[in-house]
Design a protein around this ligand. Structure first.
Ligand code: 4NP
Length: 149
């Protein structure tokens, strides 16, 4: 199973989602992350994301930002998007129904009528990063339940 987490810059939300998910799935699973923009390409995650993960004993410091690319739509089995605008951007890049089927909103797996967007903590503070971590942790648990039967 190959899972790709996608946000806008690939320096805050999706690196955290990648780091959290890796702690929850078997070692033969591939978990990666990407952004829809290449502004931060090659950069490590935002220091606040690194610190928040470290507070939970997860090391995301060696990850590097990269934009989503065409081959990802073929290589990955599931592509989880952090918010609606990311979802719309990613789905517009899919070239057929098989690829579109792989793409969903990350928080949709939680079900219910809860907000389906992971808020962008980039303009916020450490408290926002911790709240995003908790949301991502719940979402990763829901995804794990859904994909590991
Ligand atoms: P992310 O957060 O999508 O969770 O990585 C952002 C990072 C950078 C920017 C926006 C959001 N930016 O505009 O540079």
């Amino acid at each position: 199973m190959k899972i790709l987490m996608v946000c806008l810059g690939n320096i805050c939300r999706s690196p955290l989602a990648e780091g959290i998910m890796k702690t929850k799935v078997p070692e033969n699973f591939v978990v990666d992350s990407a952004g829809t923009i290449s502004l931060h390409e090659g950069e490590h995650p935002d220091k606040r994301a690194v610190k928040t993960a470290a507070n939970h004993n997860i090391d995301i410091s060696r990850q590097k930002s990269r934009p989503i690319k065409r081959i990802d739509f073929e290589n990955f089995d599931r592509i989880y998007c952090m918010d609606i605008s990311v979802f719309e951007d990613v789905i517009s890049k899919a070239k057929n129904e098989e690829e579109r089927q792989k793409i969903s909103l990350f928080l949709e797996e939680l079900g219910g009528d809860k907000n389906v967007e992971v808020p962008d903590p980039y303009w916020g503070g450490m408290k926002d990063f911790e709240e995003v971590f908790q949301l991502l942790d719940k979402g990763c648990d829901a995804i794990k339940k859904q994909i590991i039967t």
